[in-house]
Write a protein that binds this ligand. Structure first.
Ligand SMILES: Cc1cc2nc3c(=O)[nH]c(=O)nc-3n(C[C@H](O)[C@H](O)[C@H](O)COP(=O)(O)OP(=O)(O)OC[C@H]3O[C@@H](n4cnc5c(N)ncnc54)[C@H](O)[C@@H]3O)c2cc1C
Length: 480
């Protein structure tokens, strides 16, 4: 008689290139389960936009498993308790899963292993989320890297990641334990449905991720080096939500990119640039593995003394895209309406919050956590700290993005800004990023009435810059 194996799906919602699923299929009949543990992560439990993605991704995974002749069990509750119930119900010999790297994951996996042993079963975990395990690439002294460039150089010198594995041949049991339904979990927003229209913008699930990767490598990667900073066009891969939920593995991305390089050697530089962004994802994960407090505390402890302000009206104006700085407002509105924001604009809005408004990066990090479809603990925390100046290998605090110059440089013709801030659509290009400098006649001809149809800037750029530098000076005086 074949053994029964519980396959515990986590943020690895795919069937291809899943080493843990291969191991499970070799051990016996597989019972796939996803447990919705709504409290997992505490303050960092799944945000609203991520819940929308999860619902849709699980729907697709369920269909793929049914296509293979199996089922996806859905259970909700505390993870260890639910897995224990399943062991009782099935008499499974093993629980198998992909390893995860959130600060709470190691403790959780240890608790699952102990519970499994106490119930005459075994827990086995496998890599499958990163190209390199967090402790695999270290400095010559054997310590973790704190600077990206040497980290990525060392990754590129290390052995290439293994080739992706196909879907394993899965065998399922004849009898199935009961399952909840996705609708039981109410992951989709209602009243109001702020995600309306998202299913026309996004295609969650493994197949959607593969299509996005193929379309990107077929058409857009060639212009990635220059295009990646231009927010108005589809120049980047938009794979981040799929990578976050493990619908596609970084190994699949890596090898598809290598193939593309082989076929188009003239595009090597652009493809390497793209892969180095995957490298940033690796770097963030290994940083959080060595500094698990990263989502909550400054990596550079000097920043614990930074004199952050607390203007809640400014925070609200930022969240709603009503700061009076068009490129900032465009980004914040893109985020609200689509669950995504272009990387260049993420940097601009994060700099604006932490430097122009002197609001703590944690409040920005939390807003992104709830509103981004790709909200990822490591990438979000590291990126916020990178912009805010307190992170590892961070942009220095005194480098303050000028939102006017950034808009003029990266959205010269204003296509992005006009799309998301339509009340400014008729302003000529030379005033689009600084409407307060437009002559009264130009404003009137463009249908703009500052303070009525579009806000005055909530802070003056030059004064805000001086205040930020002053706050940084205070920090330096306090900490030496
Ligand atoms: C303040 C701030 C917060 C951010 N929060 C997140 C987050 O929660 N989740 C997230 O995945 N990314 C985050 N990023 C990084 C980056 O903005 C997104 O990964 C990128 O915009 C996703 O778009 P893409 O898939 O088209 O990227 P591409 O340019 O196509 O890059 C390919 C992949 O590389 C990874 N990547 C790219 N840039 C970075 C980066 N700077 N750091 C880490 N990984 C990167 C992503 O997985 C991305 O899908 C943040 C950046 C900033 C400045």
């Amino acid at each position: 008689m074949s053994s029964t194996i519980i396959y515990w799906f986590r943020h690895d919602l795919r069937l291809n290139d899943l080493p843990a699923l291969h191991a499970a299929s070799a051990l016996g009949d597989v019972i796939p389960v996803f447990i919705y543990d709504s409290q997992l992560g505490g303050d960092w439990k799944l945000g609203g936009a991520s819940q929308w993605w999860l619902h849709n991704s699980l729907n697709r995974l369920k269909a793929s498993i049914e296509h293979q002749g199996g089922r996806l069990l859905l259970r909700s509750g505390e993870t260890v308790a639910e897995l224990q119930k399943l062991l009782f119900e099935t008499g499974a010999s093993h629980i198998v899963a992909s390893r995860q790297y959130q600060p709470w994951s190691e403790d959780l996996e240890r608790a699952v292993a102990t519970m499994a042993t106490d119930n005459a079963s075994q827990f086995k975990r496998y890599a499958g989320t990163l190209l390199f395990e967090p402790d695999a690439v270290t400095t010559g002294a054997g310590t973790p890297f704190k600077v990206f460039t040497p980290f990525w150089r060392a990754c590129l010198k290390a052995a290439q990641p293994d080739m992706p594995k196909p879907v394993p041949s899965l065998h399922f049991p004849h009898q199935w334990p009961p399952s909840e339904t996705l609708d039981d979990w109410s992951l989709l927003p209602t009243d109001p449905n702020w995600a309306e229209g998202w299913d026309t913008l996004w295609d969650p699930g493994e197949l959607g991720a593969q299509k996005s990767l193929a379309a990107f490598l077929d058409e857009r990667v060639y212009h990635y080096s220059e295009g990646r900073d231009i927010p108005s066009g589809p120049h980047t891969s938009r794979l981040s939500p799929s990578l976050k939920f493990g619908e596609i593995s970084p190994r699949q991305v890596w090898w598809a990119a290598q193939q593309c390089k082989h076929e188009n050697p003239q595009s090597s530089a652009a493809i390497d640039k793209f892969l180095s962004e995957i490298g940033w994802r690796e770097f963030c994960n290994q940083l959080v593995a060595q500094f698990p407090a990263m989502p909550d505390r400054a990596f550079n402890p000097k920043f614990d003394y930074f004199p952050w302000g607390s203007n809640s009206e400014h925070l609200r104006a930022w969240q709603r895209g009503q700061t009076g700085y068009p490129i900032v407002d465009a980004g914040m509105r893109e985020l609200w309406h689509t669950g995504f924001m272009h990387n260049r604009v993420r940097m601009i809005v994060a700099s604006f919050l932490t430097k122009h408004l002197l609001i703590h990066w944690r409040l920005g990090e939390q807003w992104f956590w709830d509103t981004l479809l790709d909200a990822d603990l490591a990438s979000n925390a590291c990126s916020w700290q990178w912009v805010g100046g307190s992170g590892a290998d961070a942009s220095p605090y005194f480098r303050i993005f000028n939102p006017i110059a950034q808009g003029e440089k990266f959205d010269k013709q204003g296509r992005y800004t006009r799309q998301w801030v339509p009340e400014l659509a008729n302003l000529p290009d030379n005033y689009l990023h600084k409407p307060w400098e437009a002559p009264a006649l130009t404003l009137a001809a463009s249908g703009v009435e500052l303070g009525k149809t579009y806000p005055h800037p909530i802070v003056d750029h030059k004064e805000a810059r001086e205040a930020a530098l002053g706050a940084y000076g205070t920090l330096k005086a306090l900490t030496g």
